[in-house]
Design a protein around this ligand. Structure first.
Ligand code: DQA
Length: 145
């Protein structure tokens, strides 16, 4: 099974960006945690990071031919990117939405996700542990078919 981990805007600054909210781990650290879990689950995991909405949309559309599932932390795009939502809605594989923090426990504008209802499940609020949890979750979803 092949899974694509997608990271949206400003996640490349993890480690220095608001560590009181997002912790001290860098995006590379989080991707490594995800990869370690992927090895256990015998999943081939690739990671693509971009702050560009169009690059993320293109990545989702290309993924339909090569990946069985997508784990997406769309960062702020979660809350307003209809183009990313449309791309995910037409993606035939499994989709897990992932957040480090719990957006529902934060500012009101973060309470709406435009991608949650086109995802198979959502993992949020567990900090860095969310990354291996998301891999374990998508692995179960893929096993189930
Ligand atoms: C985030 C939550 C979003 O609201 C925020 O814009 C981010 C990160 C998270 O992982 O907690 O950039 O997706």
């Amino acid at each position: 099974m092949r899974v694509l981990l997608l990271s949206g805007p400003n996640l490349s600054r993890l480690g220095v960006r608001q560590p009181e909210i997002y912790g001290k781990a860098t995006l590379e650290d989080l991707a490594r945690l995800a990869r370690d879990e992927a090895d256990v689950s015998k999943i081939d995991l690739d990671h693509f990071e971009s702050s560009s909405e169009s690059e993320l949309v293109d990545a989702v559309n290309k993924a339909r031919d090569s990946y069985d599932g997508i784990i997406v932390n769309a960062a702020a795009l979660t809350h307003y990117s209809w183009s990313l939502r449309d791309a995910l809605a037409s993606y035939p594989g499994k989709v897990v939405e992932l957040h480090i923090s719990n957006p529902l426990a934060r500012e009101r504008w973060r309470h709406r996700s435009v991608v949650s209802d086109v995802a198979d499940g959502v993992i949020s609020g567990f900090g860095s542990v969310g990354y291996p949890l998301a891999v374990a979750a998508i692995s179960r979803l893929l096993e189930r078919g």
